[in-house]
Ligand binder design. Structure first.
Ligand code: ZN
Length: 350
């Protein structure tokens, strides 16, 4: 059979096959059958070696023509099918906008975070800076410079986790941030700062203890600062957190870094001072500790105690939150149970 006849026959076959194709995929398969590396058109030139130069030219020319013609035909068919398929896809996948939408879950700040921010906002309005410090701390800043030398009995109450020998530890209080701020302030100007953050102690976890908890400490250093200034500051904080009817009082206490030291009490918000289980019948609730900065701490921070005085105060944020929101187990704050956090996500009436 002559090459030209073979090509004509192939064309007829191809047209039949294309006419019965039902998808772009099938057209693509037909393309491989005819124009692939081992396709029918390529086969036309399979025995070229045995042909005369004249025949070679004819076969070469015819097979090239066929390749071009068939290729164009199949391209058109493939395009037609693809358009058709796209249209079918678009019409079958129509989005029904009347379907109900998925409910978006809205997050809310953790209660400890919320309370911390509330206190930060109040104290910043009184001129305090918010300062942060490392949670892995040197013994020097966590204890020694705060008038807690090695072997001091008050260290027992703050046993913590040591990461490297006896020198590096997880801070047992946020007070190291205070001494760091005093040392960093080279001009020795007045200081007003608060340092909220995580703290750690070697405690067995129970309803009121946790090995990790949150503190918010404050430090004020200036000239002629007295306990009266501390009392006024505490009064503002207490009223902001627990209502304007709260009364405040100091009770003598001991902390190595303050002298004198006091416990910060508020009149019971539950019984208004008459006595109830929350205040254990006393009418008062202890919410924090404070005192006038010890002269040794002032010296360690580079401040001359003859010239400067100051006060420091500290709150446990978990304790404040437990009192304010009537939470009975401190471990509640660290579980991932969203049902616990959710009830706090509301606008409170002032
Ligand atoms: Zn009470």
């Amino acid at each position: 059979m002559k090459v030209i006849e073979k090509v004509n026959q192939m064309r007829e076959e191809l047209e039949k096959e294309l006419a019965s194709a039902t998808s772009s995929k099938e057209v693509s398969e037909i393309r491989v059958k005819y124009l692939g590396k081992k396709g029918l058109v390529t086969e036309l030139t399979a025995n070229m070696k045995e042909l005369s130069p004249e025949e070679k030219r004819e076969v070469g020319s015819l097979s090239n023509q066929a390749k071009e013609e068939f290729s164009k035909k199949m391209e058109e068919e493939e395009k037609r099918w693809k358009e058709k398929e796209l249209y079918q896809k678009l019409t079958s996948e129509k989005i029904d906008v009347t379907l109900p939408a998925f409910e978006m879950v809205q997050g809310s700040p953790h209660i400890l975070e919320k309370l911390t921010e509330e206190l930060e906002e109040l104290l910043m309005s009184m001129g305090y800076d918010v300062v942060e410090g490392p949670e892995v701390e040197k013994d020097l800043y966590n204890f020694e410079l705060l008038n807690l030398p090695k072997g001091h009995p008050a260290r027992d109450a703050q046993d913590t986790f040591y990461t490297k020998g006896e020198e590096l530890l997880l801070r047992s209080q946020t007070s190291p941030v205070q001494i760091r701020t005093m040392l960093q302030n080279e001009e020795k100007t007045p200081i007003r700062m608060i340092c909220p953050g995580k703290t750690y102690r070697r405690d067995d976890d129970d309803a009121t203890h946790s090995h990790q908890f949150t503190q918010m400490e404050g430090l004020l250093i200036d000239k002629n600062i007295s306990l009266a200034d501390l009392k006024g500051t505490f009064d503002i904080i207490a009223k902001k957190l627990f209502g304007s009817a709260r009364q405040t009082r100091f009770r003598p206490s001991f902390y190595p870094f303050t002298e004198p030291s006091v416990e910060l009490d508020i009149s019971c918000f539950n019984c208004d001072g008459k006595g109830c289980p929350i205040c254990k019948g006393t009418g008062w609730i202890t919410v924090g500790g404070a005192g006038m900065v010890h002269y040794k701490v002032l010296e360690n921070g580079g401040y001359d105690p003859k010239e400067w005085t100051g006060f420091a105060f500290g709150f446990g944020m978990e304790r404040l939150a437990m009192l304010k929101y009537n939470v009975t187990d401190v471990r509640t704050f660290y579980t991932n149970d969203l049902r616990v956090v959710k009830p706090f996500d509301r606008k409170e009436v002032e």
